[in-house]
Design a protein around this ligand. Structure first.
Ligand code: DP6
Length: 325
């Protein structure tokens, strides 16, 4: 009754921002991501007859509170699925991702938990089934089932049966790189869950954001197929700016950006002005991820480290989907 799985985090190039159903985690738009090999979670789940409740360790530390509740609720889903309602688990996760600083640690975390948990109970899920299950832990996590580029199809059904991710292109399709620029390892003030909800409920820009997605998706998928870096980069950067623009229209308004975020955005634009193709994208936190090509790695890393507010730059390649051992 024990299994271990490893899942990498992913960075959205077309963002998931808005839910149509909060408890099932159903989105208002399709999203598209690149899985990263530099950041992952490795999780072991062991279901044991002698346990009276679930136990969760993250990086060797016993976890309680909200984080524990999310894991327990997710294990309930797996238990229900396998018809093993009274069987509790010990979960050990090792996170190779700076937690809650816009690095989507919940993405690799829930993908690894879904994979290890379902295996531990003897379930043999297809990628599609696993992605659908993972989605209910954290939306963006459903894309981490796959390596390379993946698209989360929002679906139309009220029960979420057609809302899961599908592969777009494997990791070896294209050696595209991502620099994760670390500015602050502090916990974010407005979680993605809360920020998304406030935007849906109150921002007059939200509808236009949703309406703009299909064209962005079509173009970026064409860019990925053709390995057209300029096309992919420009669309990803513009899509990120549109997502963040919706937060300024919310009530109360908010932004994830800090002075340091903007300094990095300007450094990326300066790289482009000097003929080096590089593009930024930002999730629900201050940190910035920069897309670049292998031949420009040295210049890109140097330019980012030159920004005074930058504390670290972590270089990553396209990563693989879920693996077991
Ligand atoms: C800005 O997947 O963390 O990173 O579904 O509520 O758990 P929940 O939200 P989450 O949101 C991620 C939002 C984003 C964009 C993205 O990854 O697509």
């Amino acid at each position: 009754m024990k299994a271990t799985a490893k899942a990498h985090t992913n960075i959205a190039l077309i963002k998931y921002w808005g839910k149509r159903d909060e408890s099932l985690i159903l989105p208002t738009n399709n999203s598209l991501s690149l899985t990263l090999d530099g950041f992952y979670t490795k999780t072991t789940v062991e279901f044991r007859e002698d346990l009276a409740r679930d136990i969760f360790y993250l990086d060797e530390e016993r976890i309680s509170g909200v984080q524990y509740d999310r894991v327990r609720n997710f294990l309930d889903l797996i238990r229900n699925h396998a018809d093993k309602k009274d069987l509790y688990a010990q979960v050990h996760s090792i996170n190779e991702v700076p937690t809650a600083a816009g690095f989507a640690s919940s993405a690799s975390g829930f993908a690894a938990l879904a994979a290890a948990g379902s295996r531990a109970l003897g379930m043999q899920l297809s990628d599609q089934e696993l992605s659908r299950l993972t989605r209910q832990g954290s939306g963006s996590a459903c894309r981490s089932v796959y390596g390379g580029f993946a698209e989360w199809q929002q679906g139309v059904e009220a029960d979420g049966s057609d809302s899961y991710a599908v592969p777009v292109a494997p990791a070896d399709h294209w050696d595209i790189r991502v620099a994760a620029v670390v500015l602050s390892a502090k916990m974010k003030k407005v979680s993605s869950r809360e920020g998304m909800k406030r935007t849906v409920d109150t921002s007059p820009f939200f509808r236009s954001w949703v309406n703009s997605i299909p064209a962005d998706l079509e173009e970026i998928k064409q860019g990925i197929t053709e390995r057209d870096f300029d096309k992919v980069g420009h669309i990803a950067e513009a899509n990120c700016l549109k997502m963040h623009a919706t937060t300024l229209g919310a009530r109360p308004p908010f932004t994830y950006w800090t002075d340091a975020t903007m300094a990095v955005m300007q450094a990326v634009q300066a790289l482009r002005a000097n003929g080096i193709p590089a593009f930024f994208t930002i999730d629900a936190g201050p940190n910035v991820k920069v897309l670049y090509l292998p031949e420009n790695e040295i210049e890109v890393e140097k330019a980012l480290r030159n920004v005074p507010e930058v504390t670290d730059v972590i270089l990553s390649r396209s990563g693989q989907g879920i693996s077991y051992n």
